[in-house]
Structure formats: C-alpha cells, structure tokens
Design a protein around this ligand. Structure first.
Ligand code: ZN
Length: 67
C-alpha cells in the first residue's frame, strides 16, 4: 500500500483504473492483448480481471490452439 500512483489497466486500448496485478506472462498466455510493458506485472481493471479469470479457466483449451 505504499504506491500512491494510480495504475492503469495494461490491456491495449484500455485506460481504466487497475484493480489487481498479475504476472505478465500469465496474463499474456491467457490471451489478453497487453500494451507495451516495462514491468513484469500486468495490471488489470475490474472488467479485464473478469475476462482474465474466464480465460484462465479455458487455459488448457487455449494452449492447444497456441495463443
Ligand atoms: Zn482494462
């Protein structure tokens, strides 16, 4: 809780306030299109967090598709 700056969602084209952060690799492998990142963590807004959760449930399926 030291960081006072508002984090913005890392998903490309989204500039909503981020609520949670996840390892960048995990979010990318879930299939979310992320903006250029300098950190190893991806921040997600409420909306994209929901999407991320949905996507990770299908992770095994997506793996075989190769995205
Ligand atoms: Zn977002």
């Amino acid at each position: 809780m030291v960081d006072k700056s508002v984090k913005i969602c890392s998903v490309r084209g989204c500039d909503k306030e981020a609520e949670r952060t996840f390892p960048l690799k995990k979010v990318e492998s879930a299939g979310l299109d992320l903006d250029e990142m300098s950190s190893r963590k991806a921040s997600l807004c409420k909306e994209h967090y929901k999407e991320f959760k949905k996507l990770t449930k299908q992770e095994r399926v997506l793996e075989s598709i190769g995205r």
